[in-house]
Design a protein around this ligand. Structure first.
Ligand code: G1P
Ligand code: ZN
Length: 543
């Protein structure tokens, strides 16, 4: 086995976005593409020599090949050891947990999250820090800078490592430890939650249905929900991870998980339904006959987390991404704990969690998590819900109704305009930014604008500043419109419009969300001229 040095040249556009570098799989499979980026990671983190890393991914097409390349490059870079999930599989939260539990120098996660997989679909590579969380901008900037001046990379010439069985092998000088991807994670969940109480709930006839969407959480959900908690076999469906996720979008929302929604709205609905995404960090929660928005889920979890052993001491604080509805803010107020508003992307929660300022955090995009790892965690959210249900013994719908009576209801929806011409989308945002000063006090579609700004965030821990994180338009009466461009799209620009209306009148807590939000939706179009500027009559995706 020898280390070879391969000459290369910088490749355009290797700039990590909201969550690592995401591109079409074919792009990643192109000559030197993956290798250049991995070499840039080593450089961006100050070298791999003598270090230990975690490696795994969501099992999408090219996951297995990419893992072998990364192992050979880690060996060539002098890494001491790489801990790899069996068959190169690790859910994102499980990878985060392994990095923390084993005290490694970080890890590489192969995933494009909820984007479809396959040779014509998406692939991604992300570096996580020793705290288990995504690399902060300062590090991803260094990685990007390294991609722009690369001229060679080093790789070991070797056969593939057998990743199909747990155990320790060597690759050149480097140790490779293949681990069961589920075991350490299952142990963590057992410490946070009252498994005995959940087991008893399920034994009493409570029916759980989990859709793994042919993605990485299949083995996790089977091991925990079925084997450990006693849900009957078949409670976890689409449990086998497939390279193309069975041809679907592994995105747990009412659009892509419509079978689950149909089941939960039907006459034979189980008591509790849930789904997770490609890499297992997102979640969707559905009660019998009721969909729980991610923003509401965060608020309900914050209000009830103390019912689970891992959170019995109460929460230090909560954090939500700016576009997430403000439902959780009122829970924090009632609990007398701080609520933080951060830019979109899980990486902004890391400092708050590390510093002990927040315990729970969440995003409207179906991400919820806590300080147990430094990523959002789909199955964790499902288990916290189940723990709460095991204690409260009420239907999901009753828990939500009581929550809204106590805190008010934030009707919420998100409209996505996908693959919009990037120049047009940019012009829309710039036009909005230019008019921010003149908006307050004006009346639009029957609603009055209370305030408007271009969201900027100063991290309370390290003082770093992130600007242009989305346009916020606050309406009188507690409503809000947020406009921002996606940082994870792979084609053109995706305009996201987040719409929120607050209702505290007890007689108006059970409205159809679309009806409750109609005036806000009209105002959003009137303010930004979405239809005129994008040429689109309606959003491509409404969640
Ligand atoms: C999207 C979500 C965001 C999430 C990210 C990674 O990013 O909106 O909440 O953190 O995916 O899963 P966006 O495409 O909006 O930049
Ligand atoms: Zn994900």
């Amino acid at each position: 086995m020898s280390i070879i040095t391969v000459g290369t040249a910088p490749i355009e556009g290797q700039k990590p976005g909201t969550s690592g570098l995401r591109k079409k799989t074919r792009v990643f499979m192109g000559p030197h593409y993956l290798e250049n980026f991995v070499a840039a990671i080593w450089e961006g983190i100050g070298g791999a020599e003598g270090r230990t890393f975690v490696l795994g991914g969501d099992g999408r097409y090219f996951n297995d090949r990419a893992a072998q390349v990364i192992l050979r490059m880690a060996a060539a870079a002098g890494a001491r050891k790489v801990i790899v999930g069996q068959n190169a599989l690790l859910s994102t939260p499980a990878a985060s947990n392994l990095i923390r539990q084993r005290g490694t120098d970080g890890g590489i996660i192969l995933s494009a999250s909820h984007n479809p997989g396959g040779p014509e679909e998406d692939f991604g590579v992300k570096f996580n820090m020793p705290n288990g969380g995504p690399a902060p901008e300062e590090v991803t900037d260094r990685i990007f800078a390294a991609t722009k001046r690369i001229s060679a990379y080093r790789i070991l010439e070797a056969q593939d490592v057998d990743l199909s069985r747990p155990g320790v092998t060597r690759l050149g000088e480097m140790e490779v430890e293949v681990v069961d991807p589920v075991e350490a994670y299952r142990g963590l969940m057992a410490r946070l939650f009252d498994f005995a109480a959940i087991r008893e709930l399920i034994a009493g006839g409570f029916r759980v249905h989990f859709d793994a969407m042919h993605a990485v959480t299949g083995p996790y959900a089977k091991a925990i929900l079925e084997d450990e908690l006693g849900a009957p076999p078949g409670s976890v469906v689409n449990a086998r991870p497939l390279p193309d996720f069975g041809g679907g979008h592994p995105d747990p929302n009412p659009v892509w998980a419509k079978d689950l929604i149909a089941l939960m709205m039907g006459a034979e609905a189980p008591d509790f339904g849930a789904a997770s995404d490609g890499d297992g960090d997102r979640n969707m929660i559905v009660g019998r006959g009721i969909y729980v928005t991610p923003s509401d889920s965060l608020a309900v979890l914050a209000a009830n987390a103390h019912l689970a052993p891992g959170y019995a001491g109460g929460l230090k604080g909560v954090a939500r991404s700016m576009p997430t509805s403000r439902a959780v803010d009122r829970v924090a107020e009632a609990l007398g704990i701080p609520a933080y508003e951060t830019p979109t992307g899980w990486k902004f929660f890391g400092n708050l969690l590390d510093a002990g300022l927040a315990t729970l955090c969440g995003e409207e995009s179906a991400g919820t998590g806590s300080d147990h790892v430094r990523e959002k965690d789909g199955l964790w959210a499902v288990l916290l819900w189940l723990n709460i249900l095991a204690v409260r013994r009420e239907p999901v719908a009753a828990i939500l109704a009581e929550h809204w009576r106590r805190f008010g209801r934030n009707y919420y929806t998100r409209h996505d305009y996908e693959a919009v011409d990037a120049a047009r989308a940019g012009a829309l945002m710039e036009g909005l930014a230019a008019r921010l000063g003149s908006l307050p006090g004006t009346e639009v579609a029957g609603l009055r604008v209370a305030a408007a700004d271009d969201f900027a965030y100063t991290d309370p821990v390290d003082g770093s500043r992130s600007e242009h994180q989305g346009i916020r338009v606050e309406l009188e009466g507690g409503g809000r419109i947020v406009y921002r461009l996606s940082g994870t799209g792979t084609v053109g620009a995706t305009l996201r419009v987040y719409l929120e209306a607050l209702e505290t009148d007890p007689a108006r807590l059970g409205l159809d969300p679309a009806a409750a939000l109609a005036p806000v939706i009209a105002a959003a179009d009137a303010i930004a001229g979405i239809r005129a500027q994008t040429g689109r009559e309606r959003p491509d995706v409404t969640t």
